[in-house]
Design a binder for this molecule. Structure first.
Ligand code: PAF
Length: 283
């Protein structure tokens, strides 16, 4: 494994890599969800670059940037357990500084329009502008053939796909399934903030999505009925404070009346002070 911080070292390294390169962008504090992305990238590509950068521009003023968990040594240990010293495959970790990513006087942004308006975009103004800007910069710096993202951030995936198409990045976006704990809670670096009672309560997201999916599988296609079912289950948990519940078209993210094509059930819920998101894809 090779740890690089400067952009010029990364560029020199990238020029030396022959064959397919997979990129796994992360903000660190890795969990099994991230590691599954790295493993998949290692299976499918000759070399893998994992970026670790807590991107300040995707956090709102009242969000948890300064508290966001960071532990580079722990991340490197986890990643080194995936790379085999005897393999010709290179696993490169790029950990740029904020000054490298956003030089003094920075004023250039990438913005996807309509797709970033609903759901997370409505609750977290400016969030996706920060995500698409940093992901474009990571794409430019690492020049990957494939980039790996988790389905857990469903809107992020839709927005990055749109951006990749619109800006003609020659990159395949690979979406990997959400990794879950045994009780269904979607893995997230933010789960670390939950105390014992909150951790138990947090399974309510998975349970409400599962109940709505059961109804869909039994033939229900009225989106309001599914949204109401999710709200009803969430309301049974006193520690849950619902921010939004959605049943939307998978590609456009527009709210549906009736489900006819692939669609997305999604939600954002505060458990105590911790904001959690989760989703299921239907069809
Ligand atoms: O999903 C994340 O961890 C971040 O949004 C990403 C894609 C690494 C950009 O900072």
């Amino acid at each position: 494994m090779n740890l690089i911080s400067s952009l010029s070292d990364l560029r020199t390294k990238r020029l030396s890599l022959l064959g397919t390169v997979g990129l796994v962008p992360t903000m660190g504090y890795l969990h099994s969800g991230h590691l599954s992305l790295v493993s998949r990238a290692m299976d499918e590509c000759e070399h893998v670059i994992v970026t670790i950068f807590v991107n300040p521009t995707q956090f709102g003023a009242n969000e948890d940037l300064s508290k966001y968990p960071r532990d580079l040594e722990r991340d490197l240990n986890l990643l080194s357990s995936l790379s085999s010293p005897s393999s010709a495959k290179e696993l490169i970790v790029w950990n740029p500084s904020a000054e490298t990513m956003y030089p003094l006087g920075y004023q250039t942004w990438v913005n996807v329009e309509a797709l970033t308006n609903p759901l997370e975009g409505a609750m977290r103004p400016g969030h996706f502008k920060g995500v698409t800007t940093v992901v474009s910069k990571l794409f430019n710096a690492t020049q990957p053939h494939k980039a790996y993202f988790g389905q857990k951030d469903a809107q992020q995936v839709a927005v990055i796909r749109r951006m990749t198409l619109d800006l003609n990045f020659p990159i395949e976006i690979v979406v990997c399934p959400t990794m879950r704990e045994d009780d269904g809670l979607a893995m997230s670096s933010r789960n670390k903030y939950l105390n014992k009672d909150e951790r138990t309560a947090a399974t309510i997201l998975f349970r409400s999505l599962s109940e709505a999916k059961k109804m869909y599988e039994a033939g229900e296609r009225n989106a309001d009925v599914l949204r109401n079912k999710m709200k009803e289950v969430l309301a049974s948990e006193p520690l849950a404070n619902v921010q939004y519940v959605s049943c939307a078209d998978y590609d456009s993210l527009e709210e549906l009346n009736m489900i006819e094509n692939k669609s997305l059930l999604s939600m954002a819920v505060f458990i105590g002070k911790t904001r959690l998101i989760d989703n299921f894809v239907l069809g």
